[in-house]
Design a protein around this ligand. Structure first.
Ligand SMILES: Nc1ncnc2c1ncn2[C@@H]1O[C@H](COP(=O)(O)OP(=O)(O)OP(=O)(O)O)[C@@H](O)[C@H]1O
Ligand SMILES: [Mg+2]
Length: 534
C-alpha cells in the first residue's frame, strides 16, 4: 500500500467550510497545483493554436502564396495538439491522485474515528446515518475534489488565458465577450442557495432510508416472524417517495439553471459574432482575427457558464462537508488517558460506594449502589428485569462513566485507569453476544492479540463445552459463522462467546446472563471448567 500523507483530520474542522476543505486536502496541495497548472498549459496550447490560425489566415492564406513557413506552421499545429493532449492527460492523472488520495485518507479516518466514539454516541445515532455519512457524503466530497476544486482552477485559467488572448486580438471584442459575466454570477449564487437547501434535505432523507434498510436487514427474522412484510414495504415506500420528491426538486434546480445560463451565454455569443462581423466589414479587424475570435470566444464563454455550474454543484460538497465534519467533531473516547498502569497485574478487589448512574440527566438508573467483591470471589447479582444489572457491569470497563459515588479497583478510583488497560483486564460475555461473520476459530481468538496454537483454542472451547459441537461441524473450526452468529444455535453462540473470553483470560470475568441459553448440566460443567482455569 502506498504511503499517504499523514494528517490528523480533526485539524481540518473549521466553521468556514472552504477553509475546512482546504485543510482536509493538506499534503495534496502540490499535486492539486500540478493538476491545475498542467490544465493551464493545455489551455495555453489551445489558445496558441487559434493565434497560429490567425497568422496562417492573414499572412499565408491572405497573401495567396505558399511560402517556406508553411511546413513550420503545420508542425506548429501538430505540436500544439500533441502538447495539449499530454498536458490534459497529466492533469487528469494528478487530479485523480489528489481527489482519490484525499478521500482514501478520509474514509480510513472516519472508520477509525467512529470505532473510537463512546457508547453513548452510538446509543443516540442510528447506524444508517453513520453509514450514509461515511459513504454517500464522502463520495460527494470526492466529487468536490475531483471535479469542482480542480474545475475552479481550470476555469479561472481558461478564462484568464483566453481573455488575455482576446485582449491581444481586439480589446473592444474582448470587453463585449464578458458583459454577461455579472448576471451569470448573480444567477449562480441564487441557485447555489437553493441547491444547498434542496441537497441537504435530500441527504437527510437518504439517511432515513439507509436506516430503514439497515434495520430491516438486521431484523429480517422479526419481520418475517410477524408477517409484517407489507407493513414494512409500505413504510419503505413512504420514505422512498419522500426521497424521490426531494431528489426531483434537487434536479429541478439544476435543470432550471442550465437553460437560463444557456440563453444568456448564447445571446452573448451571437452579439459578439455579429459585432465582430461588422468590424471585419468596416476593416477594423482582419479576417484572421475574426476567425481566431470565433474560436476563442467559445473558450471564454464556456468557463463563465461552467463557473456557474460549479458554484451550484459545490453546494453539495459543502453540505456533505458539514455532515462529515459533524461526525469528526465528536469527541473520541480517550483510551490510554489515565494514571500509569499498575505493575504486577490486578488483584481484583472491587468496591462500590454509593455509586449512581444515569443514561439521561435526571433519570437515575443506579442509585447509591454499595457492595464489595474480594479478589478471587465469585459474586452473583440478582435483580428483576430492567433493574440495572447490565448497566452496573458496563461501568467496570468504563463503557459508561458513573455519575456519582465512588467505584474503586484495588483501592484506586476506576476513572483513574486508562480504558484500554481496564478492557484488557476485564472480560465481559454480553447478554446478547455478537459474533462476526468469520470462522469459528477467528471468533474464538478475536480477543487475543497474539498467535495462538490449536491446543489453546481447543482447551478454551472444551471449557466452554462447545468443542464437541464444533468438531462435529463438517468444517470444524473453519466453519463460517453467519452474520451475528445466526448459523449457530443460541446456546452454541453463547458458548463460543464464552470460549472467546476464556482464551483472553481476563483478570476479572463478567458473565451477563451468559449461560441463559445453556442447560443446567452444561452450565455446571462450564462453571467447573472455569474454576479450574481461573
Ligand atoms: N443505552 C441506554 N440508554 C438509556 N437507557 C438505558 C440504556 N440501556 C438500558 N437503559 C435503561 O436502564 C435500565 C436498566 O437496564 P439494564 O439493561 O441495566 O437492566 P438489566 O438489569 O440488565 O435487565 P435484564 O435482566 O432484562 O437484562 C432500564 O430501565 C433500561 O431501560
Ligand atoms: Mg441485562
Amino acid at each position: 500500500m502506498r504511503q499517504q500523507p499523514t494528517f490528523d483530520l480533526r485539524n481540518a474542522i473549521s466553521n468556514n467550510r472552504l477553509v475546512g476543505l482546504w485543510r482536509m486536502s493538506t499534503g495534496f496541495h502540490l499535486t492539486y497545483l500540478g493538476a491545475t497548472l498542467t490544465l493551464g498549459l493545455a489551455a495555453c496550447c489551445r489558445t496558441a493554436s487559434y493565434l497560429l490560425l490567425r497568422h496562417f489566415i492573414d499572412h499565408v492564406l491572405g497573401q495567396g502564396r505558399s511560402d517556406s513557413t508553411l511546413p513550420l506552421i503545420a508542425l506548429g499545429f501538430v505540436g500544439l495538439a500533441l502538447f495539449q493532449g499530454v498536458f490534459t492527460f497529466l492533469s487528469g492523472r494528478l487530479a485523480a491522485q489528489t481527489a482519490e488520495g484525499i478521500v482514501l485518507r478520509l474514509r480510513n479516518y472516519l472508520f477509525d474515528h467512529i470505532q473510537r466514539l463512546p457508547f453513548a454516541y452510538h446509543d443516540r445515532t442510528p447506524t444508517g446515518e453513520l453509514i450514509q455519512r461515511s459513504t454517500s457524503d464522502v463520495d460527494a466530497l470526492r466529487r468536490f475534489f475531483a471535479d469542482q476544486a480542480i474545475g475552479v482552477g481550470r476555469i479561472l485559467l481558461l478564462f484568464g488565458v483566453n481573455l488575455a488572448a482576446l485582449l491581444h486580438l481586439n480589446w473592444q471584442l474582448a470587453v463585449l465577450s464578458v458583459v454577461v459575466m455579472p448576471p451569470v454570477v448573480v444567477m449562480s449564487v441564487f441557485f447555489f442557495r437553493k441547491v444547498s437547501k434542496a441537497y441537504e434535505a435530500y441527504q437527510n432523507q437518504e439517511a432515513v432510508l439507509s436506516t430503514t434498510l439497515q434495520e430491516n436487514l438486521t431484523g429480517v427474522r422479526v419481520v418475517r416472524a410477524f408477517a409484517r412484510q407489507s407493513y414494512e414495504r409500505a413504510k419503505f415506500e413512504r420514505d422512498n417517495w419522500e426521497r424521490f420528491r426531494r431528489g426531483r426538486r434537487l434536479l429541478l434546480m439544476h435543470s432550471l439553471y442550465w437553460p437560463a445560463s444557456d440563453v444568456l451565454c448564447g445571446a452573448q455569443m451571437l452579439v459578439g459574432l455579429f459585432a465582430g462581423a461588422l468590424m471585419v466589414m468596416n476593416g477594423a479587424i482582419t479576417v484572421g482575427t475574426y476567425v481566431a475570435y470565433a474560436g476563442l470566444v467559445v473558450w471564454i464563454i464556456w468557463p463563465m457558464r461552467n463557473l456557474g455550474r460549479l458554484i451550484v454543484q459545490m453546494s453539495t460538497g459543502l453540505v456533505s462537508y458539514d455532515r462529515v465534519a459533524k461526525v469528526i467533531r465528536e469527541e473520541r473516547e480517550p483510551l490510554d488517558e489515565g494514571a500509569p498502569e499498575p505493575t504486577g497485574g490486578l488483584r481484583g478487589e472491587i468496591v462500590f460506594r454509593n455509586v449512581c448512574f444515569e443514561y439521561e440527566a435526571e433519570i437515575p438508573v443506579l442509585k447509591d449502589v454499595s457492595f464489595r467483591c474480594e479478589p478471587g470471589q465469585v459474586v452473583a447479582l440478582l435483580g428483576s428485569t430492567g433493574s440495572g444489572k447490565t448497566t452496573l457491569v458496563n461501568l467496570l470497563p468504563r463503557f459508561y462513566e458513573y455519575t456519582g459515588g465512588s467505584l474503586t479497583l484495588d483501592g484506586v478510583e476506576l476513572r483513574k485507569y486508562p480504558r484500554h488497560f481496564l478492557r484488557r483486564q476485564i472480560g465481559i460475555v454480553e447478554q446478547e453476544p455478537v459474533l462476526f461473520s468469520r470462522t469459528v476459530r477467528e471468533n474464538i481468538v478475536y480477543g487475543v492479540g497474539r498467535d495462538v496454537c490449536e491446543a489453546e483454542i481447543e482447551s478454551a472451547a472444551r471449557a466452554a463445552a462447545i468443542h464437541d459441537a464444533i468438531a462435529a461441524f463438517p468444517d470444524g473450526y473453519d466453519t463460517l459463522v453467519g452474520e451475528k452468529g445466526v448459523t449457530l444455535s443460541g446456546g452454541q453462540k453463547q458458548r463460543v462467546a464464552i470460549a472467546r473470553i476464556l482464551l483472553k483470560d481476563p483478570r476479572i470475568l463478567i458473565l451477563d446472563d451468559a449461560t441463559s441459553s445453556v442447560d443446567m448440566e452444561t452450565e455446571a460443567a462450564i462453571r467447573e471448567a472455569m474454576k479450574r482455569l481461573m
